[in-house]
Design a protein around this ligand. Sequence first.
Ligand code: ADP
Length: 211
Amino acid sequence: MFFRTFAVVLIVNRKIKVLIYMINLVLFGPPGSGKGTQAEKLVEAYDLLHISTGDLFRFNMKNDTPLGQEAKRYITKGELVPDSVTINMLKARVEETPDVKGYIFDGFPRNINQSEHLDKILAERGGQVDGLLMLDVEEKEIVARILNRGKTSGRADDNDEEIIRNRFQVYQNETSPVFDYYDKQEKSHKIDGIGSIDDIFARLSDVIDSL
Ligand code: ADP
């Protein structure tokens, strides 16, 4: 990837502002499409910080924090956690990490409102979403993969086919419009999510390197 890690110096209201150009990617796709697996590989290859809202919620649920207790009510039903909770959590995580070269957002944004907030949060840092990479996998394959993962993941939302189908439904109704939102800005890319982990990684890297 052509890493644009240069600084832009601006004078705003007679104050000098230094903006470091970041690269921010949204890893996108239905539940079980392999985002977490690919994010791990991308972090290593591109030196970006991975923020997974699902992982943040699971950490809070495991530690039984108030945020975890609130999130659990929705996650166990396969519904989205309310934006008021999710957006503040994401914003706090971004603000905690001012010195990164950029982010890989995984599981966020999951609806249009979250997309608009993400754009604002990044704009405050002089950044933007540079590319959305969608892993394309059909529902039948998704359900099989998640049920298989449920045997070892210990995730309450991975074991019940009805909950999994609900997650897929929520994805189609609320989340898939996020692809079109960034597509209008010519930032969305669809990648075939079927194949070996390395093949899919190579497909993702080709797109990132062309950004
Ligand atoms: P997957 O993509 O495999 O479904 P995640 O780990 O990304 O799993 O998310 C697990 C659950 O956490 C989701 O089903 C949802 O309930 C909740 N969640 C994660 N990210 C968000 C988000 N951005 N907005 C609302 N809820 C979220």
